[in-house]
Design a protein around this ligand. Structure first.
Ligand SMILES: [Zn+2]
Length: 63
């Protein structure tokens, strides 16, 4: 299963995708803290993560 987090801040294109939910949360939390200076609960991040069971799911290219 793939997990993906897309930052919703305006003008921010941060996106992280991993097979590990914990890893996505970790990267998302670090991003929000370092880039946006925000303190976000992991539960909030968890709610924003999109999950996909298929390897052929549609994902935006990260470039
Ligand atoms: Zn961001």
């Amino acid at each position: 299963m793939a997990h993906q987090f897309e930052c919703e801040e305006s003008d921010c294109e941060f996106l992280v995708r991993s097979s590990s939910n914990e890893e996505v949360i970790q990267f998302a939390r670090a991003h929000l803290r370092d880039v946006h200076g925000g303190r976000v609960e992991s539960g909030d991040i968890d709610g924003e993560i999109e999950r996909s069971d298929t390897a052929n799911g549609q994902y935006r290219a990260n470039n």
